[in-house]
Design a protein around this ligand. Sequence first.
Ligand code: MD6
Ligand code: FE
Length: 206
Amino acid sequence: MAKPSDFPDGFAHYPLYFSPAEQETLIAEVRTATETAPFFQPRMPRTGTPLSVVMSNFGPLGWVTDKEGGYRYEAQHPKTGAPWPPLPDILTKLWQDVTDWPDLPEACLINWYKDGAKMGMHVDRDELAVNAPVVSVSLGDPAMFRIGGPQRGGKTQGVKLLSGDVVVLAKEARRCYHGISKVDYGQSALVPKGGRINLTMRRVNL
Ligand code: MD6
Ligand code: FE
């Protein structure tokens, strides 16, 4: 059994940070946003292999990836060309509550995990603000979040994330490999079409 102290410095988990009513508010915000900024299929740089999640964004910048352009931030939706919907107040308040970063996040990635989707081990490193914390919210089905060290392939630890949970990666944890190894699909009725939604807020520019 891993002790919390075994997690990298700067890792924080806030179980059930959001109440069921707040989770409904967040899902309604996602539904409204994705009416104008529909989920798109992200693809790996160079190979064009699809990721298993679909994505959208809130905020002045959105994280996108495709075969030709690779991982990057863009101010417009890749399909509609329209600006991303604004970051909801409830997420700005979360950022201000769990970080002491002086600037607000510019990007909030919306990841939708349908049946069988997962996320490979990665480090969030497409931001100029490499030292700003990253804050994420889990909604819907439970998932196993794994976090290791700064080198790919090292020992990892798992934390089960439930709907309403918040995770912060700051300091050393900001540079550690992490991913979603499994989603327990069909356990929650929160997401109307099923699955898990993860919202990840990031500061991009210094
Ligand atoms: C997910 N989360 O929970 C994937 N990244 O679906 C992440 O990749 C993540 O939860 C940076 C900080 C917190 C995270
Ligand atoms: Fe990440």
